[in-house]
Ligand binder design. Structure first.
Ligand code: PLP
Ligand code: COI
Length: 353
């Protein structure tokens, strides 16, 4: 399938790269593609970034049948644009599609279309250290229909946004609040997908955390509310003694690509890395006995985010000295160095555009 390209008549002014936040500025073009039962995925095209016009009865607006991904394009020291493990994102998009009854996309074609879009938008990839072009592939159900069933038609689009740090804190410790009042997902549900409703379901707890002075919520399992799951937009790691521990993939947390990269790098450095159930009580006890050395989150938007403070009911933990821990720093540096091409990562992690 050929991707038809229509160029924008008036390119927008580029933002100041030193003042980029997250997700507020969008580039000149987007990728669009449609699905119908008769034609399958068809009509792939790159065209000017524009509002979507849709019927008020469009199914995604009512029942949330939609999925998305998040990855980034980085400018390396030679000025070239590169992607970090993009095939994993399209694979995960299809895993989300499966759970949401959305027809699968051709992963290789989607990656090729993304590369064509990035080639059109290459000037939008910023070069100031720590900045990148955030990529948001999204699929939505588009039937104008109010009955509850899977849609027969879909739109797949990709938009691009030049970004800096996700958290206002930058690479500085964030404060995290554990909630027992709310749950995000349960086994057998859709917590392991990137579907819109998961994020909607996290907002109330997030608001309460913000009001109490915390950046994000750390979720516990939806059944016993005892075992640690993940943070709003990141997976989570604990350094207890000299072991790196992260919750195992239970079906209710997102299988993060940064998480997988941290595990692989940690093992390659000879560290003991364990994926298992870890309870909040174990973390509190490890802190009390002086064995909890670091906590950090991992995610595309957040990269590596050290946790300086953790609040659970009436217990407030300051992790280490509340500053960035040495391992969080080492992972942050290594992952960024690979993403920006300063060092070579494991085979296949970085892909030129
Ligand atoms: N968990 C949630 C809920 C997320 O939204 C994200 C971000 O995509 C992650 C974890 C981290 O996943 P990844 O490392 O693939 O970006
Ligand atoms: C990401 O890290 O890519 C995310 O999607 C997290 C958040 C912005 C939803």
């Amino acid at each position: 399938m050929q991707v038809r390209i229509t160029k924008a008549e008036q390119p927008k002014a580029k933002p100041d790269e030193n003042k980029l936040g997250f997700g507020t500025i969008f580039t000149d073009h987007m990728f669009n593609m449609d699905y119908s039962v008769e034609n399958g995925w068809h009509h792939p095209r790159i065209e000017p970034y524009a509002p979507l016009v849709m019927d008020p009865s469009t199914m995604v607006l009512h029942y949330g049948q939609g999925v998305f991904e998040g990855l980034k394009a980085y400018r390396n020291a030679k000025g070239e644009v590169q992607l970090f493990r993009p095939r994993e994102n399209f694979k995960r998009l299809n895993a989300s599609n499966h759970k949401l009854c959305i027809p699968k996309i051709d992963e290789a074609f989607a990656l090729d279309a993304l590369k064509q879009l990035l080639t059109v938008e290459t000037d939008w990839v910023p070069s100031v250290p720590g900045t990148s072009l955030y990529i948001r592939p999204t699929i939505i159900a588009t039937d104008p229909f109010l009955g509850v069933r899977a849609s027969f038609t879909y739109r797949f689009f990709i938009i691009l946004s030049p970004v800096g740090a996700y958290y206002a804190e930058g690479f500085n410790p964030v404060k995290i609040m554990v909630t027992k009042e709310h749950v995000r997902a349960v086994r057998g549900g859709v917590g392991d997908t990137k579907t819109m409703g998961n994020y909607a379901a996290s907002l109330l707890a997030g608001d309460k955390a913000h009001q109490a002075g915390y950046t994000q919520v750390l979720w516990l399992d939806g059944v016993e509310q005892k075992f640690i799951e993940e943070v709003g937009a990141m997976n989570i790691f604990f350094v207890i003694d000299d072991e790196l521990t992260t919750p195992m993939l239970s079906g209710s947390i997102l299988p993060g690509i940064t998480r997988d990269s941290v595990i692989a790098l940690g093992k390659s450095w000879g560290m003991k890395v364990t994926e298992r159930k870890i309870s909040i009580d174990e973390v509190i006890d490890a802190h009390a006995s002086g064995r909890l050395k670091e906590i950090f989150g991992s995610g595309t938007a957040a990269v590596i985010s050290p946790v300086g403070e953790l609040k659970y009911a009436d217990t407030l933990i300051t992790v280490g000295d509340g500053k960035v821990g040495p391992l969080a720093h080492k992972f942050f540096q290594a992952i960024q160095d690979i993403q920006y091409g300063a060092i070579e990562g494991p085979a296949g992690w970085v892909e030129a555009v």
